[in-house]
Design a protein around this ligand. Structure first.
Ligand code: ADP
Ligand code: ZN
Ligand code: ZN
Length: 759
């Protein structure tokens, strides 16, 4: 028996696997993910390694294969547990072990450590004074300056001494040699929470409409529902019944307060917690709420941190310096020594699914990690994913409900406006009469308005009004987007061309943009309400660092009356003075060609409407749509999740879509179209054979929505089964088949379980 081992992962490149012989005394005990000591290199240096798998054969010269020395007895190191999680991910989502390891151990290179140097006086005051007069006598001014400073203050910061007193290192060393002082250095970790609050040119003043959010906060009085949610969780937890909970709470019901209380109790037991939130909701305001409770023992992780900062957060977590880690999907792999709780806020969000191999979903992966480490998981949402609610209804998750807003505020009153009727009545504007009327009213009352469009960019695609021809990218099978300055741009490959004046197909002059973008809406609004102050938030205006934070802060401080934006404005912020939300074109997300578009639309509309009336004043929302009768729109207008769920799950049952059944997409891509066809043919043939006798539907190969990206052709094969595990078995067989056949060398194949989009 041989073990495949990755050695000293923080230093070595992960791409190398070493094989070691498993001594018979360790057989049966040694498992994947365990930390071991092995002899390494010519000198047989003893180093650490992690077992990532076993094999019965050895690919190397047998006489040279060394033996594992022992299992690390200090208990399994945290990396070991994450390696085990990686193995679980590889199995359940496909891809290689290396890819999985790179996902769970995202920091491979040790980053430059940040060190703080201090100078400490070692001699007595009398001795010091004597030396000082000696230096002065000898006119050794630098030495005198340093010693005088030390006599005032026995410990000094080296930086300060160097900069303010203008003393070089050699002077310090000279005094050190004489035994007058010691130069000490201490490792310090970069702390992004602190930096975010006081660094980056900020002045540390209360901001973001969170007045006086300094460090103290009045303790809130929990509502009965909030208390019940916490206690249910806690009863189980206290008795070691760890599990998964779905916290379904309407918008503004105080879910975050519930998370904080649960975390507080878990932390009190000496364990740690991870809070996952969609990156876009990782705002100053959110972090501040946790900071108020956990102080410096909370940290954040996100893509805008430097590599050094991220490395330090991992180290701080490992060394027990922090209790709570907040971050997007990847923060799930924080190496806490004793993880007790994972919270996933807005668990229905698409961003919890990775679009890179292994294409894992943070929800399932969190549950897997929690199982391995005896921790609990709390999923929270106002609009739970069908997956989460389906499992809650089947008893796999425990359901906790908050039906009321925290201060018993009314939910927003929602109006549905039929845009077809507007057109019939001669209104061609993007603002319906109803919305414009309500906007006028709010502006007079000095209340704020949010206008929401689920689309980015200045405008959408360009098409011919006469023949319907859509201008597409010559390299990708997608329409080009119109940008400022008469340019058309491909959002996949970046291809650009000048916007044509006549239709390339029929020569008609009626070519134009389809539908408006946020920038256009901003202009329309400004024209219609010339005295109103308008802010816009979309990809373009938030590109700079902290861009989106600044816009939100300005709006929270009521520096503007109207905020126009894409879906990024619906998350993570409380604006008590917003009493009107307009959803300009609800249909844009409704007719995407995939099975989740109804769910996505319902969630977007509900969350958007939920932005209105969160303060004392009651809110209203206007949903503009071409299909007012659609159940996703109807139920969102009533903010009736239960009704939506019933309709939606019926449709999923009927079609055999997730979560009722499981779907495995096999994504196949290749530059050579003929080779792609051939590869797909063989894959399907093999899959059909491999699935004989098991209940699996095989669909395709089909051309995905986007048939070509960057001149690479794509096809997709779908396998559908009631049981996830059956799909895993087939995936494993396909992986072997692909590995053994040279014919697939030039073809890229990826697996995607229960994909978020149809490709
Ligand atoms: P959610 O996450 O469900 O949208 P939040 O936790 O953000 O809700 O709460 C919305 C607002 O209500 C926040 O400002 C929060 O401080 C406040 N809040 C929550 N629970 C209570 C409570 N029991 N009493 C008073 N205010 C509360
Ligand atoms: Zn035309
Ligand atoms: Zn392109």
């Amino acid at each position: 028996m041989f073990a495949n081992i990755i050695v000293d992962i923080t230093h070595e490149k992960l791409d190398k696997i070493f094989q070691y012989r498993v001594p018979s005394r360790l057989e049966g005990e040694l498992c994947t993910g365990m930390e071991v000591t092995v002899p390494f290199g010519r000198g047989n240096r003893r180093i650490k390694g992690y077992v990532i798998g076993f094999s019965e054969t050895c690919d190397y010269d047998l006489s040279k294969v060394k033996e594992i020395e022992d299992i690390s007895r200090k208990g399994v190191a945290i990396e070991g547990r994450l390696v085990a999680l990686a193995a679980w991910m590889k199995e359940n989502y496909g891809g290689t072990m290396i890819q999985a390891l790179k996902t769970v151990l995202p920091i491979k290179q040790k980053e430059q450590e940040k060190v703080k140097k201090r100078i400490r006086l070692l001699v007595s005051e009398a001795e010091g004074k004597e030396k000082l007069s000696y230096y002065l006598e000898k006119n050794q001014r630098a030495r005198a300056r340093l010693l005088a400073a030390l006599l005032d203050d026995a410990v000094l910061d080296y930086e300060l001494v160097n900069k303010k007193l203008n003393i070089t290192l050699s002077v310090v060393r000279a005094l050190e040699e004489q035994g007058i002082l010691a130069l000490e250095s201490e490792r310090v970790f970069r702390n992004p929470v602190h930096q975010d609050m006081y660094g980056n040119g900020r002045d540390g003043q209360p901001q973001n409409g969170n007045p006086g959010n300094g460090h103290k906060k009045e303790p809130i009085q929990f509502t009965d529902e909030q208390r019940a949610a916490v206690e249910t969780f806690w009863q189980d937890y206290k008795e070691g019944r760890y599990g998964t909970y779905l916290l379904h709470g309407v918008t503004g019901s105080g879910k975050t307060e519930v998370y904080i209380e649960m975390i507080r109790r878990v932390v009190e037991e000496g364990r740690q917690a991870i809070v996952l939130i969609p990156e876009i909701a990782l705002t100053f305001q959110t972090v501040m709420r946790f900071y108020c409770c956990f102080g410096e023992r909370v940290s954040i992780m996100h893509s805008r941190l430097s590599a050094g900062e991220r490395y330090d957060q991992m180290m701080r977590a490992k060394e027990g310096e922090i209790d709570v880690m907040i971050g997007p999907r990847s923060a799930l792999f924080t190496p806490f020594p004793d993880l007790g709780l994972v919270v996933i806020d807005e668990e229905h969000e698409n961003t919890y699914k990775s679009e890179q191999v292994p294409r894992y979903h943070a929800r399932e992966t969190a549950v897997a990690r929690a199982n391995m480490e005896c921790a609990s998981v709390v999923l929270g949402s106002a609009t739970p994913s069908l997956e989460a609610m389906y499992r809650a209804k089947r008893g796999e998750y425990r359901l906790l409900e908050l039906r009321q807003r925290s201060m018993r505020q009314e939910m927003a009153k929602v109006h549905v406006v039929d845009l077809r009727e507007e057109l019939k009545n001669g209104n061609r504007s993007i603002l319906s009469d109803k919305l414009a009327e309500l906007m006028e009213e709010r502006l007079q009352k000095k209340e704020q308005i949010m206008l929401f469009l689920n689309r980015r960019g200045y405008a959408g695609f360009v098409s011919c009004r006469e023949c319907g021809h859509v201008i597409k990218c010559p390299h990708c099978d997608v329409s080009l987007s119109s940008h400022m300055g008469g340019k058309l741009v491909c959002h996949y490959c970046g291809h650009e061309k000048i916007r044509p004046m006549v239709c390339p197909e029929c020569k008609s002059r009626h070519v134009g943009e389809f539908r408006a973008g946020t920038q256009q809406i901003e202009e329309i609004v400004k024209t219609r309400f010339p005295t109103a102050k308008v802010l816009r938030m979309d990809m373009d205006t938030t590109r700079e660092k902290d861009g989106h934070e600044k816009i939100l802060a300005a709006f929270a401080n009521e520096e503007a009356d109207i905020l126009v934006g894409t879906q990024m404005i619906v998350k993570g912020h409380d604006f008590p003075n917003v009493t009107l939300v307009g959803i300009l074109a609800a249909d844009m997300s409704l007719y995407g060609n995939d099975y989740r578009s109804g769910e996505r639309t319902f969630a977007l509309l509900t969350q958007a409407a939920g932005r209105a009336g969160r303060g004392q004043k009651a809110g209203e929302a206007v949903i503009q749509t071409y299909s007012p009768e659609h159940y996703a729109i109807q139920t969102a207008a009533r903010q009736d999740y239960a009704a939506f769920y019933e309709e939606e799950i019926r449709y999923r049952e009927l079609m055999g879509y997730p979560p009722v059944e499981n779907l495995l997409a096999v994504l196949v891509s290749c530059e050579d179209e003929a080779l792609l066809e051939k590869g797909c043919h063989y894959l399907k043939e093999y899959a059909v054979n491999a699935c004989k006798g098991v209940k699996i539907d095989i669909i395709g190969p089909a051309s995905p929505g986007i048939g070509k990206i960057n001149d690479v052709f794509r096809k997709v094969l779908y396998l559908k089964s009631e049981k996830y595990d059956t799909l895993v078995v087939v995936k494993n067989r396909l992986e072997k088949y692909i590995e053994l056949n040279r014919g697939f060398d030039k073809i890229r194949i990826q697996f995607d379980f229960n994909p978020m989009n149809v490709f």
